[in-house]
Design a binder for this molecule. Structure first.
Ligand SMILES: [Cu+2]
Length: 250
């Protein structure tokens, strides 16, 4: 019974430490996707650290306690112990599955086939086209083709139809938590809402040839006004931009 106290102190201490170093508390998020991913990461970390400390603590304690035992006997059967580790493992796995599903199936970042006909009024739709070794951005509604930078407005849903003209690539914006394979003859949709303005690097995350490491681009998240100004500069179709303007928030 004495053995429980050090383990308990270790678990408590580590949980407090985890709260203190949580990076998500120190900064804002760049998109709804990033927020969901980072929050999930913190939740799993809070669950994993105490378990790690508990298991390692018991291990170290056991090694120390039985260090002079020259004739150890294995435990043959212990039903209580078996039930305990089975139930504890099941609870941990259910928690991980439930928490992960909450992110993967989250309507703010995941699309379903019905979404294609259900795009919100204020959403921005962009075709993201990968090809050796560049990214091009087409705005079908605004009649913009082949933009070299992905310009999108803050605080509005963005639908990215990711595809490729030649080969397998992968559209990856780590700072915004975005990653989607770009396949020829297929459109993979990712959805997000940028929550901060700024410039982020786009990488290709699927090896595609000698130019792969230089297959870079940029995402520029602008205010609604800045986005509108960019559309005007590109000579976008005026008709569709009015719906875009209506949805501007604060
Ligand atoms: Cu590539």
């Amino acid at each position: 019974m004495d053995s429980k106290r050090p383990a308990f102190v270790a678990v408590l201490g580590t949980a407090l430490l985890a709260v203190a170093v949580d990076p998500a508390l120190a900064q804002g998020y760049d998109s709804t996707t990033e927020e969901l991913i980072r929050t999930l990461n913190s939740q799993l970390l809070y669950a994993a650290i105490p378990i790690t400390v508990l298991v390692e603590g018991i291990l170290i304690y056991t090694v120390w306690k039985f260090r002079n035992n020259d004739d150890p006997l294995p435990t043959k059967e212990n039903r209580r112990l078996e039930i305990t580790w089975t139930v504890a493992t099941a609870i941990v796995l259910l928690f991980v599955g439930y928490a992960s599903y909450g992110v993967m199936a989250n309507g703010a970042v995941t699309t379903t086939p019905e979404d294609a006909n259900n795009v919100p009024e204020n959403a921005v739709e962009v075709d993201v086209v990968g090809q050796k070794y560049i990214w091009n951005y087409d705005y079908p509604e605004q009649g913009i083709e082949g933009a070299s930078t992905l310009v999108i407005p803050k605080d509005r849903p963005v639908y990215l139809n990711v595809t490729s003209t030649d080969w397998i690539h992968s559209f990856h914006v780590p700072e915004m938590g975005l990653k989607q394979d770009a396949l020829p003859n297929q459109h993979n949709v990712i959805k997000t809402t940028p929550t901060d303005t700024g410039t982020y690097t786009v990488y290709c995350a699927e090896y595609c040839g000698v130019g792969h490491s230089n297959m870079l681009s940029e995402v520029e998240v602008r205010t609604q006004e800045g986005y509108q100004q960019w559309l005007n500069e590109q000579g976008a179709n005026g008709a569709n931009n009015s719906t875009a303007g209506n949805s501007s928030e604060a």
